[in-house]
Design a binder for this molecule. Structure first.
Ligand code: AHR
Length: 640
C-alpha cells in the first residue's frame, strides 16, 4: 500500500462523525431522562397506567367502590398542558391501609447507597395526611424510604420533596406511597430521581448513558429523531415550543413508537418532554457536539398517515424554524432568546444548521422545502439546511430526489440506509461518483442489518465490520460527505422496537456494541485532511477484502491509516509513506477484531469486542501491518 502524504484531497469536517438521538426503544423516557416514575402526571391515555391502587383487606369492597380512595380529576379547561391529577381520600388510615404503587418504566433500577430524590405537587383544603414513600423489591423487601407531610392549605399547588438512601441494588424495584391520617389531598407530578445524574443536575439525565455519548466525542448530535419529528399524524408531530419551561407545563404526547405504530408494541410509550429542546441543546454543549435539530416540514410520516398541511397553513411550521434560530442564538432582547436565558442559559447555543423534514419525499416535500428555505435564508443567509432525500419503502435510496435537491443548491442531503452487510461492503464506492459541488451529504441514519439474528445479536461483529469498511468510503469522500451518524442510538433490553442499535441498556447498565467501537475509533482518529492510500494505483475498496483510507491530522502532525481486513485470513502489508521526510520511530496501533463474525458484546461481556491499543515500531518510511482476520486497524504515527 502506498500513502501519499503530500497529496491532500479534501478537508475532513470537524462534524464528520456524529450521533443520532431519537426517543425510540425507550431512548428518552425510561432511558436517558432519569425520571423513575412512569406516568407521573396521569396524562397517559389510560390515566392510571403504571400505577396500582393498594387497599388493605379490611376495606369493605362495596363501600370502597362507592367512595374510591383515588379519583382522577380532569381540569382540561383550566390547564390544557397538564389537565389531570389525582384526588386521594383517606379516613383514619394507618400506613398500609391505602396506597399507590408505581412500577417504573420496566421496573426501577435502584443502586445501593445512592440518594434518591422524591417530590410531588399537591393542594388540599387542610393538612391531615402523611405520605410514606418506600422502594421495594419483588419480594416486598424495603430498599429505603422517607415520609412527607404536606403542610400548605388552599387552592394553590405546592411542591414538597424529600430524599433518602437506598440500602440495596435492585434491577426492577417499584415505589409505594402509603397514606396515613384523615382528609383529602390532590396530587400531581409524582417524581423520583436518582442523585447521580449527568453533571449532578437535579431532574437530569442518566449519567452512564450520557457518558457513553461523551466518550464518542461526536462532532454533532442530531435530535429529536427520526420518525417522531414527523409523528404518526400532524397532531402528534414533535413541536419544540411545547418542550420548554417548567416540566409540569410541558404537554405530553403519545410516542410514535407506541402500540399500533411499531413492530413491537409499547402501550406505555409517551413523550413527557421532561427532556426537551433546551436540554438537548445543553447536552450538545456538554459533550462538545454541534446541535442539529430536525423540524417537521408540514408532513407527517409518509409510511403511516401521509398527512400534509396545506400550503396556506404552513406558516406556523416555518415560524417554528425561524423562532428556533432565535431561541438558540438570539440575545436576551429577543423573545425566544429571553426564553432560553430565563431557562438558565443566557449565552447563545450557536446553532448553525437544522434539518427540514425527516424522511420526506415527493413533490409535496419539495414544495414545502422551498418555502422553508426561502424564509430561513432570507433572515439567516449563512444558516445551513439539511434536506431529506426520503426513504423508499424497499429501503433503497431515491437518487432522483438528490438531483432535484442539487438543482435547488441544497446545503446538505440527508441519506438513510438500513441495509445488509453485503450492501455496505459493496457500496464503499457509493460517493466516489457524486458531483463535487456545494451540496454535501449527511449520512444521517445508517446501520448494517444482519438477517436471521434477533435483538442484541443483530449488533454482531459482521455488522460492525461492514460499517467500518463502508466508512472508509465516507472518509475517502470527505469533500462530499460532511456528516454521518449511525441509527438508532439506544435500546432498552425490555423495551425496544427496532434493532440493531448502537448502545444497549437495562435499568442499571449500558454497553457499547461492536458498532459503537467502530464509531468511536473513527471519531477519535478523525484527522483533518484525507490523503490517498492506494494498492496498485487504485483506491483500496475491497481488493483482497481490504478497505482503506488515510488522513493527516494537521494539529498533531500525524498520519492516520485505517484498514479493514474483511477476509478470514491474516494479511501482511507494507505501507509506504511518500512525501515525508521521516516518521517517528514509534507509533500507535488500535485494533478491533474477532474471529467470529457473529460474536457480540453483552451485559455480561460488555467489552468482548473492543479496541486494543499498542505501540508499534517503525523503521524508515514504511509501516509493517499484519492485519488479523476480520479486523479493523488504525495506525497513527507522527511525522518528523
Ligand atoms: O432509526 C429508526 C427510524 O428509522 C427513524 O425514526 C426513521 O427516521 C427511520 O425510518
Amino acid at each position: 500500500l502506498i500513502v501519499k502524504v503530500n497529496e491532500p484531497k479534501a478537508d475532513i469536517q470537524p462534524t464528520m462523525w456524529g450521533i443520532f438521538f431519537e426517543d425510540i426503544n425507550l431512548g428518552a423516557d425510561g432511558g436517558i431522562y432519569a425520571e423513575l416514575v412512569k406516568n407521573r402526571s396521569f396524562e397517559f391515555i389510560k390515566p392510571m397506567m403504571g400505577w396500582t391502587i393498594q387497599q388493605s383487606k379490611k376495606a369493605d369492597p362495596q363501600i370502597a367502590a362507592m367512595n374510591p380512595p383515588v379519583l382522577v380529576i380532569n381540569k382540561k379547561d383550566a390547564n390544557t398542558a397538564n389537565p389531570r391529577y389525582i384526588r386521594v381520600t383517606v379516613n383514619d388510615a394507618a400506613k398500609g391501609d391505602i396506597g399507590l404503587t408505581n412500577e417504573g418504566f420496566r421496573g426501577m433500577g435502584i443502586k445501593k447507597d445512592l440518594r434518591y430524590d422524591f417530590s410531588v405537587m399537591y393542594h388540599q383544603d387542610a393538612p391531615g395526611i402523611k405520605m410514606h414513600i418506600e422502594l421495594v423489591d419483588s419480594n416486598n423487601n424495603v430498599l429505603g424510604g422517607t415520609t412527607v407531610t404536606p403542610y400548605e392549605a388552599g387552592i394553590v399547588w405546592h411542591k414538597i420533596a424529600a430524599s433518602f438512601t437506598a440500602n440495596a441494588t435492585v434491577m426492577k424495584a417499584k415505589m409505594n406511597i402509603w397514606f396515613e391520617g384523615n382528609g383529602v389531598i390532590d396530587l400531581d407530578m409524582i417524581s423520583l430521581f436518582p442523585s447521580d445524574t449527568w453533571k449532578n443536575r437535579p431532574g437530569g439525565m442518566r449519567a452512564d448513558m450520557i457518558q457513553k455519548l461523551a466518550d464518542l466525542h461526536p462532532g454533532f448530535i442530531r435530535f429529536p429523531g427520526g420518525c417522531i419529528v414527523e409523528g404518526y399524524d400532524l397532531e402528534h408531530r414533535y413541536q419544540w415550543k411545547k418542550t420548554l419551561g417548567p416540566i409540569e407545563e410541558r404537554q405530553l404526547i403519545i410516542n410514535r413508537w407506541n402500540t399500533e405504530f411499531a413492530n413491537r408494541p409499547a402501550p406505555d410509550y409517551f413523550q413527557t418532554f421532561g427532556l426537551g429542546f433546551f436540554e438537548y441543546f445543553q447536552l450538545a454543549e456538554d459533550i462538545g457536539a454541534e446541535p442539529l435539530p430536525i423540524l417537521n416540514c408540514g408532513m407527517a410520516c409518509q409510511f403511516n398517515s401521509a398527512e400534509v398541511t396545506t400550503i396556506d397553513e404552513l406558516d406556523p411550521y416555518v415560524q417554528d424554524a425561524l423562532d428556533l434560530v432565535e431561541f438558540a442564538n438570539g440575545d436576551v432582547s429577543t423573545k425566544w432568546g429571553k426564553v432560553r436565558a430565563d431557562m438558565g442559559h443566557p449565552a447563545p447555543f450557536n446553532l448553525k444548521m437544522m434539518g427540514i423534514g425527516n424522511e420526506n419525499w415527493g413533490p409535496q416535500y419539495v414544495e414545502r422545502l422551498k418555502i422553508f428555505t426561502k424564509a430561513i435564508k432570507a433572515k439567516y443567509p449563512n444558516f445551513k439546511l439539511i434536506n431529506s432525500s426520503g426513504f423508499a419503502p424497499d429501503g433503497s435510496l431515491f437518487n432522483y430526489l438528490n438531483d432535484t435537491l442539487r438543482a435547488m443548491h441544497a446545503d446538505f442531503i440527508d441519506e438513510h440506509y438500513y441495509r445488509s452487510p453485503e450492501w455496505f461492503f459493496s457500496n464503499v464506492k457509493r460517493y466516489d461518483t457524486f458531483p463535487r459541488n456545494e451540496t454535501k451529504i449527511f449520512a444521517g441514519e445508517y446501520a448494517s442489518h444482519v438477517n436471521g439474528t434477533n435483538a442484541e445479536q443483530k449488533n454482531c461483529w459482521l455488522s460492525a465490520l461492514s460499517e467500518a469498511a463502508f466508512m472508509t468510503g465516507l472518509e475517502r469522500n470527505a469533500d462530499v460527505v460532511s456528516m454521518a451518524s449511525y441509527a438508532p442510538l439506544f435500546a432498552h433490553i425490555d423495551g425496544w422496537q427496532w434493532t440493531p442499535d448502537l448502545i444497549w441498556v437495562n435499568n442499571l447498565q449500558s454497553y457499547g456494541t461492536p458498532d459503537y467501537y467502530v464509531q468511536q475509533m473513527y471519531s477519535l482518529n478523525k484527522g483533518t485532511k484525507v490523503i490517498p492510500v492506494t494498492m496498485d494505483n487504485n483506491a483500496v475498496t475491497g481488493q483482497d477484502s481490504l478497505f482503506a483510507t488515510a488522513a493527516i491530522d494537521a494539529t498533531t502532525n500525524e498520519v492516520i491509516i485505517k484498514l479493514v481486513n474483511a477476509s478470514n485470513k491474516s494479511q501482511k502489508n507494507t505501507i509506504s509513506l511518500q512525501g515525508i521526510k521521516k516518521l517517528a520511530a514509534e507509533g500507535k496501533s488500535v485494533v478491533l477484531k474477532s474471529n467470529d463474525l457473529y460474536s457480540v458484546n453483552s451485559f455480561s461481556e460488555p467489552t468482548k469486542i473492543s479496541p486494543h491499543e499498542s505501540a508499534i515500531t517503525i523503521k524508515g518510511k514504511s509501516i509493517a501491518l499484519d492485519a488479523a482476520p476480520y479486523s479493523f486497524n488504525i495506525i497513527r504515527v507522527k511525522m518528523l
